[in-house]
Write a protein that binds this ligand. Sequence first.
Ligand code: CO
Length: 133
Amino acid sequence: MILDIDHVGIAVSDLDESVEHHRRTLGVEPTHRERVEDQGVEEVLFAVGTSSIQLLGALGSDTPVGRFLANRGPGIHHIAYRVDDLVEALARLRAEGVRLVDEVPRKGSRGTLIAFVHPKDMGAVLVELVQDR
Ligand code: CO
């Protein structure tokens, strides 16, 4: 069951510059910053209500976000839904014939469990599911 929108991920070409831009223009303050090596990103979160804006900088050109930036430029990269039971959510998607990027949950930032769903089966939107633990 989906509980909330956990975050909206936005790919940026200069993380520090984008952080400053968000502070200045939207008046938001960063609530979390983390390098997630196995995803090839450094992320900065701004809490907005019960959700967050997540700015994503690529750790290299040969990473998913690096390739996204090269192909499409900066912009919305994914939407992440918070779920109460990630294993159950993945089983439901699989039963509905939706292709999964991650067949099993893996470690996300902030100690969460995450899994990505294939955009081809989600209206060209890269969907991430997040479970707090
Ligand atoms: Co995310």
